[in-house]
Design a protein around this ligand. Sequence first.
Ligand SMILES: *Cc1c(COP(=O)(O)O)cnc(C)c1O
Length: 491
Amino acid sequence: MKYFSTRNKNIVVSSKEAIRNGLAEDGGLFLPITFPHVLPLEVLSSYSYLELAHHIVSLFFDDYSEEEIHECVYHAYDSKFDTSEITPVTYFDDCAMVELFHGPTYAFKDVALSFLPQVMKLTASDNRILILTATSGDTGKAALEGFKDVENIHIVVCYPEDGVSSIQKKQMQTSLGNNVSVFAIQGNFDDCQKLVKQAYSDSSIQEALGSMTLSSANSINIGRLIPQIVYYFYSYFRLVESEKISLYDEVDFVVPTGNFGDILAGYFAKQIGLPIHQLICASNSNHVLSDFIKTGVYNRNRSFFETISPSMDILVSSNLERLLYLTCEDDEMVKNLMHRLEKEGSYTITDKMKQKIQETFVGYWASEEDCKKEIFARYQKDGILVDPHTSVALSALRKHKEETNSLYPTIVLSTASIFKFPNAILESLHEEVPSDAFEALDKLSQIAKQEIPFNIRKLKNAPIRFSDSVSKEDAISYLASLIKEVHQNDY
Ligand SMILES: *Cc1c(COP(=O)(O)O)cnc(C)c1O
């Protein structure tokens, strides 16, 4: 399986190269030249999570040997996850929910970021790899955990100073491992993401890197996208198993969306044979994507809101570029649209492209008020608590059902543990919020009648290792000196 750049079809690389480099040399994203087809669903339906992961990943990454893939899968999905199901499914009156937060950092990013370092490691040549990752909160910690002490790789994470929850910040600042660095940027997530893209072409960074290869753990890396396909299949088969649906029935998925990675994996799942009717894109107050799906106009020229679902606070969703290519199959067109986005902050797609997108995608957004109300309503009705990202999805589902009376069985992607966002949840329940984050956690634990997960409990006394914070303007030069330091410490 070869991969090509969305901005130039003639840039073609192997899956190992695509994973190693993250981004194509022209700034485009890698896409597989064709979509493979999975084994018949009858066969796959009895597969365990690990077996499914092995099957799907080896279709896409066929320049790895079967043994290599096996090793990657078994290292990725081991006891780091608190259930052997990896992504268990629970059922409610109106939907099923696949829980993607059973990994070491309690957000869905763990599913892919437990896997990526394993495949990245095997692309090793003589050169070391520097992973540079922008995070709106969850990716950073999941990447730091995944890459911690992996040989020949150093990982640098940058996050928006005031754009992450206090638990998320503490998780990152206290990270362990000898090959990790973390710093804050005085800006928002888009500023962080811009730094990553800029680093690829900046001469001072290139000079600092020397022989090191720059790569990314963001969902622009195809090595992160592919493992996310697995839980779409896995959750579908659980619905079959519990006789909620018959094999080959179509279902809808609702996906709380930020960088468009998770939902794009759903689109890939559909391409390779999963019976998906619609993918419901749920946005928060930064609703660039749900607007785009409705209108065909992508416009990031608008106010940026810091919301209680911070992992979705994004105005430039990188992975949308892949969908654009798949709907027009024209690299020149994608290049032009991306150029316009960079220059003018907006672009409009053709009617034909819009039509194609609307065949599969629908978009809704939830205000902060909607999101809080949904948390409260679910707690009142079913006695369950969901995190604010999942709540955005549930609110979108509510709107979709009201608008369309859709009867399709629905699977909601539940993307984070409630214990990552205690303040927002307490507020939604009209409870007083203690000013100390750990008191807030205790209070939430009592209300939820669940124990605080160990890796969050232990943060309380963990020493801060990383507290640097830099302005947007200084970010590149800060990064360049950080990379030079990494070099000095190694040689
Ligand atoms: C990252 C994240 C999302 C958004 O996923 P994308 O792939 O960026 O669209 C949603 N919820 C949580 C909890 C996340 O961490």
